[in-house]
Every structure is written in structure tokens, then in C-alpha cells.
Design a protein around this ligand. Structure first.
Ligand SMILES: Cc1cc2nc3c(=O)[nH]c(=O)nc-3n(C[C@H](O)[C@H](O)[C@H](O)COP(=O)(O)OP(=O)(O)OC[C@H]3O[C@@H](n4cnc5c(N)ncnc54)[C@H](O)[C@@H]3O)c2cc1C
Length: 438
């Protein structure tokens, strides 16, 4: 309800209180189009329920509509609005291609019905398409994009809007959680506060065993929290210097990938940013199979995948390590990994996920160079030095010494019931380098 410009403006226009709040679910389509995970859909449904009950508590009627496909949204919503005698409708825009088409169809029917519509920007710091080079083109490298973004922010800081005045009570904490992720705006805001009050992000962000990141991505992906709120809180707690922090830089990566999608709709359609990138990846099915089950025999890779399967979330370092393993070392098409992540992530974000996979596979914009291939064992020793993270998610290896856990001997593997490596790292690296180079 906070920093929800559509809700805020609708309240301003309607003498302080909107007639109704409507949410149109389109779960099948979200699953088909973006491979949205059950975890994310359950999380969204729980949050919509929470929103509706808070509206109800404050005397504003909440309605949930179910559309089978995006095509059904326009007639369903328009009929509903006509039936309720609505004259003006406000919404926050979606920036993905099919969602825009959906909304265009809504606008056509609303115009025919004589209902006014008002669009608002909620999801990003600036409306997409605005942070551009002097010639109007989109940046293809992150650092100058960020520089331009920061310059604009210093000129004009986009402030979050408060919850509408009729929302007199601060949100209660709900008891509900999805895969251990607490539901509700209160929980999300609390997490943001707690993280900003005490973190050592610059030093700990790469350590999955320490968990030094904010874990706010599920809330950002669903719009429970906004990037504007994150930035405003960061500045409130850390002062202006927050603008130059690594954490804010990560928020800008989110904007960068979304802006690339905005500029290049081909990215939404399964295509690589680099046109010359190969389209046929020779990686065999059994390697993908071992990877997706978390039984590759590379402990850190398996721990990362199992974290995803169990919690719906994976630490950023491990997203990079597991992605590199799949498409660099195993030469499996990155799009298979991209889809698998979306099917399981509670924070699945089409643009960030695609950006991360195209970065990892060296097919994307400002991507890792083709010869950058993570060595899973070295990564493991560096970022999970005691093997605590591995031990948490790969129970077979609990009790194996910190020295050995990153790459157990064949005897230890046998004793623990842990598989042998599915690839020979050195040989795979050599053939991968050659293939990627070609
Ligand atoms: C292969 C791959 C796939 C990814 N898929 C997703 C995805 O589906 N959804 C998603 O939100 N992020 C994705 N990321 C980015 C990143 O891994 C997650 O945003 C991060 O791990 C979320 O944890 P956090 O909230 O603790 O992040 P923090 O480190 O606390 O960062 C704060 C916020 O900044 C944003 N952010 C951080 N890193 C990135 C990044 N590299 N790219 C874009 N935004 C970022 C997120 O919204 C995050 O919540 C992916 C990265 C890779 C390499």
C-alpha cells in the first residue's frame, strides 16, 4: 500500500477513498509465458489476500478477478468496471511486451465504454526508456548506465509516495509464510530496515555461508517493496553516501536489465543479445538432468541448486557459479537453465534472470568474457571456506572435513553416498574454451 502510486492517486481523485481495489489474476498465462514458479505464484496470492483484507478493514472493497489468458483481461475488467459504475481507473504499468499488449487492449475497451484510465509508474526508479546516452541510444555497458542513472538521481530523487490517508493502521505482521518467506508488507519493510541498520554488504555479499545480502528480491519481484523505497531508506540510514554503495549499484543492475528488455524486445523472445552467439549448444541431456537435481558431484554447485529447490531462492554467487557450470562447462543451452530458474525461483524476475543468464553464458550485453569460466572448487574454497553452506544443503557431506568437503576423494564420496563428478573439470574447460571461442 505504501509507494503504490495507482492506489495513492485513485484515493486523491476520489475524495480520499477509492470505490474499489481490483486485482486481476492470470496465473496460467504467467506460468506459460514466464514459467513462473508455484512458489512465486503462491507468494503473490498470499500478498493479494493480505492487501484485500487490509483494504476491507479500512472500508474499501477489494475484488479479485480470474482471467484465463491475457486476452481475457480486457473484457473481464471492463465488464466489471461498467457493472460497478466506475468512471476512472488507475493502474501501475507493466513494462514487459505481452503485458503492454494486454494493457493496450484494456485501453481500447475502456475508451469504448467511456471510462477514463490513468497509468502510473511503480516498479523502477525512473520510467524505463529515460536513462539514455546523449544520442538517445541505450547503454550497452553497465558502468556508464549507472553513472547516468546516479547523475539523474542527484538531480531529481524519485521519492516513494506514502500509503493513502485512509490507511490509518500500520500493517499487522501476518503469521503466514511461503517456503519460510514471511508474507506481508510489514515483514518486507522490517527486513529492509533490519538489513540497512546492520550489514557488512561490501565484504559479505559474496559469502553464501554468511548470508550477508538483503534477501529482499522476492518482495521487489512482486512489488511488495519498491526500488524507490529501498533507495530512500538507504539514504535515510546511511546518508547520501548510500548512493555510491555497492548495494545501490545492485539495485541499478535491476534497472539496467529491465531497460534492456524495454529497448530490445527480442530479448523477451528467447534471443541472445549478441546476434553472433551460437544457437545450438551441444551439452547432453544427462548433464542438465544431474544439474537440475543437484547431483553433479560438485558440492558447491549441488548445494546451490538444492538451496533453490528447498527455499525458492539462491544466493547470487551461486546463481553465477551454477549458471557458469551449466552453460560454460557442460555446454548446455543457457535458456534451459533460465527456464529452470524461473520455474523454481520465488523471486523470478524475467529481465534480471534473463540478464543473469546471458551474462553467465557470454551471450548478453556487458556479459562475462567467453573465457571466464568459474572453477567450482576454487569458488567453493573462497566463498564457503569452512564448507558450512555445503554441509547445510548437501547433508550427505556433513562431517566431511573443511579441507576435503569442496572436492571429496572417491572413497569419501562412496562412504557418504555422494556422486562422482559428472564431468572432468580440466577436460571440460579445455573443450568449452575452444567451443566458446569458435
Ligand atoms: C543466472 C542469474 C539469474 C538471476 N535471476 C534473478 C531473478 O530471477 N530475479 C532477481 O531478482 N534476481 C536475479 N538475479 C540477480 C541476483 O542474483 C538476485 O537479485 C539476488 O541474489 C537477490 O538476493 P538479495 O535480495 O539478497 O540481493 P541483494 O544483494 O541484497 O541486492 C538487492 C536487490 O538488488 C537487485 N539485484 C541484486 N543483484 C542483482 C543482479 N545481479 N541483477 C539484477 N538485480 C539485482 C535485486 O532486486 C535484489 O533484491 C540473477 C542472477 C544470476 C547470475
Amino acid at each position: 500500500m505504501a509507494d503504490n502510486p495507482a492506489l495513492f492517486q485513485a484515493s486523491q481523485c476520489a475524495q480520499g477513498r477509492p470505490k474499489a481495489v481490483v486485482f486481476v489474476h492470470c496465473q496460467n498465462q504467467d506460468r506459460l509465458l514466464h514459467h513462473e514458479s508455484e512458489a512465486k505464484q503462491t507468494m503473490r496470492t498470499a500478498h493479494v489476500k493480505d492487501l484485500m483484507s487490509r483494504c476491507q478493514k479500512h472500508g474499501v472493497k477489494g475484488h479479485e478477478l480470474d482471467a484465463a489468458t491475457y486476452q481475457d483481461v480486457a473484457p473481464l475488467l471492463t465488464d466489471f468496471l461498467i457493472k460497478h459504475g466506475v468512471t476512472d481507473v488507475h493502474w501501475n504499468v507493466s513494462t514487459l511486451l505481452n503485458e503492454q499488449r494486454r494493457d493496450e487492449a484494456v485501453k481500447v475497451l475502456l475508451k469504448q465504454a467511456g471510462i477514463r484510465f490513468h497509468e502510473h509508474q511503480a516498479n523502477y526508479l525512473f520510467p524505463l526508456g529515460q536513462v539514455r546516452k546523449s544520442d538517445g541510444g541505450m547503454y550497452h555497458v553497465f558502468t556508464p548506465y549507472k553513472k547516468q542513472m546516479l547523475a539523474r538521481l542527484y538531480q531529481h530523487m524519485p521519492l516513494p509516495v506514502p500509503a493513502p490517508e485512509w490507511v490509518t493502521q500500520t500493517p499487522d505482521s501476518t503469521e503466514t509464510s511461503v517456503l519460510g518467506w514471511p508474507v506481508g508488507e510489514a515483514a518486507a519493510t522490517q527486513r529492509l530496515h533490519d538489513f540497512l541498520e546492520s550489514n557488512d554488504y561490501a565484504n559479505e555479499r559474496d559469502r553464501p555461508d554468511v548470508g550477508g545480502t538483503s534477501q529482499l528480491s522476492p518482495y521487489l519481484a512482486l512489488g511488495i517493496l519498491s526500488a524507490r523505497q529501498c533507495l530512500a531508506h538507504a539514504i535515510q540510514v546511511q546518508g547520501e553516501s548510500a548512493m555510491e554503495s555497492v548495494w545501490v549499484s545492485e539495485l541499478v543492475w535491476r534497472e539496467f536489465y529491465a531497460d534492456l528488455f524495454w529497448e530490445y524486445p527480442k530479448l523477451v523472445m528467447n534471443q541472445t543479445f549478441k546476434a553472433q552467439a551460437k544457437d545450438l549448444w551441444p551439452g547432453p541431456e544427462h548433464l542438465f538432468d544431474a544439474w537440475r537435481k543437484g547431483v553433479t558431484g560438485f558440492p558447491l554447485v549441488d548445494a546451490g541448486i538444492r538451496q533453490l529447490l528447498q527455499t525458492g531462492w539462491m544466493h547470487n554467487r551461486l546463481r553465477m557459479v551454477t549458471a557458469s557450470f551449466l552453460c560454460k562447462l557442460c555446454l548446455v543451452d543457457w535458456r534451459m537453465g533460465e527456464r529452470f530458474f524461473m520455474q523454481h525461483l520465488i523471486d523470478g524476475d524475467f529481465a534480471s534472470n534473463n540478464g543473469g543468464w546471458q551474462w553467465s553464458s557470454s551471450t548478453g550485453c556487458d556479459a562475462a568474457p567467453f573465457f571466464r569460466i568459474f572453477n567450482p572448487e576454487t569458488q567453493s574454497r573462497r566463498f564457503d571456506p569452512n564448507g558450512d553452506f555445503i554441509a547445510e544443503f548437501v547433508p550427505e557431506l556433513r562431517g566431511v572435513s573443511a579441507k576435503e568437503i569442496h572436492n571429496p576423494s572417491p572413497e569419501t564420496r562412496k562412504q557418504c553416498g555422494y556422486p562422482m563428478p559428472v564431468i572432468d573439470y580440466k577436460k571440460s574447460r579445455e573443450s568449452a574454451l575452444l567451443w566458446h571461442k569458435n
